[in-house]
Write a protein that binds this ligand. Structure first.
Ligand code: PBG
Length: 329
């Protein structure tokens, strides 16, 4: 495959000038490659800083148009909504997830009413923002129940679809939930609602700041290893993805992002399905704080985002998405 040898072959020739480097570039980013996560809180007129995530905020619903207008101006195709749930609304069963007046439902309706199909809305399907124990499903002596949890997730999915959510993103890692959710959506008139499965989600320390952002940090007393994937495993990722494709996933996600580029690449080679990568809160926090302190140049933001593309990701969920125009310029 590689022909020629030094000195007739000099790979530095193509690298000599900027115009030449641009000419032979293999990967690039546009605003179409990004999904912006948005954290929501109850109340009025608040833009609340998140301590562990520089330049990321929680917004009250009266500020949502300001955030979506910003996303549209940058040309982002989709936003992902995440609620910060007040403690008094959490319980062991996560019943707030099924409340049609919850923060997420109100946000979806507001956005859909004003913007119609100008921008996509993605919502997590999982119970962790709503449970008093911080787990993604129903808990029985430290074990998250699979089939019982799915029954709740089906209802959460239907509710979000009814509100107008375009892309449901089950992030719970229960076995078999994609098929069950797909079936119930189809039966109830939502055959065109998309499913983006968090198919390969590792039990990771990189989610720390996110749990702070949605208010589940202090609540979680144990890890999520009995449902999220073991970070020592790779082949298992293929099994997860093939299972979700058979069950009806339209797209799959790999999460976290940068430490798992091998997994993105492996999935891209083995399946012809859109693969999303999630540059998670811990990755964001490390990079942003490193840049802020002057330990590393801000150029590493673009470098790390391009790496996702090079690995084969179709799009990236990133907390940098709202500033992507400046980053890729
Ligand atoms: C909830 C969920 C998590 C993230 C997205 N959805 C956290 C978790 O599973 O504990 C993490 C996102 C991030 O860290 O940016 N299931």
């Amino acid at each position: 495959m590689i022909t020629g040898k030094f000195p007739s072959l000099r790979l530095r020739r193509n690298r000599k000038n900027d115009w030449s480097r641009r000419l032979v570039e293999e990967n690039n980013l546009t605003s179409n490659d990004f999904i912006l996560p948005i954290f929501l809180i109850e109340g009025k007129n608040k833009k609340q800083a998140i301590q562990t995530m520089p330049d990321v905020y929680r917004y009250t619903l009266d500020k949502i148009f300001y955030v979506i207008d910003g996303a549209l101006k940058k040309g982002l195709p989709m936003v992902a909504l995440f609620p910060y749930t007040e403690k008094n609304k959490k319980n062991a069963l996560g019943t707030e997830s099924l409340n049609e007046d919850n923060l997420i439902c109100k946000a979806i309706q507001l956005i859909k009413k004003k913007y119609k199909n100008e921008i996509g809305i993605m919502c997590d399907v999982a119970l962790d923002p709503y449970t008093s124990h911080g787990h993604d499903g129903l808990l029985k002596s430290k074990y998250v129940l699979n089939d019982e949890t799915i029954e709740v997730l089906i209802n959460q999915s239907l509710l979000q679809a009814q509100m107008g959510c375009d892309v449901l993103a089950p992030s719970d890692m229960m076995d078999g939930r994609i098929g069950k959710i797909r079936k119930s959506l189809d039966k109830n008139g939502f055959a065109m609602t998309q499913i983006l499965s968090y198919a390969v989600k590792y039990a990771s320390g990189f989610y720390g700041p996110f749990r702070d952002a949605v208010g589940s940090k202090g609540l979680l007393k144990s890890d999520k290893k009995n449902y999220q994937m073991d970070f020592r495993n790779k082949s298992e990722a293929l099994r997860e993805v093939s299972m979700d494709i058979k069950e009806g996933a339209d797209m799959v996600m790999v999460k976290p992002g940068l430490p798992y580029l091998d997994i993105i690449s492996l999935i891209k080679e083995n399946f012809k399905i859109p693969v999303m990568a999630y540059q998670v809160s811990g990755e964001y926090s490390l990079i942003s704080n490193g840049v802020k302190k002057g330990f590393v140049s801000k150029d590493i933001i673009l470098e790390s985002l391009i790496a996702f593309k090079r690995a084969g990701a179709n799009a990236i969920i990133s907390y940098y998405a709202d500033r992507i125009d400046k980053i890729i310029k």
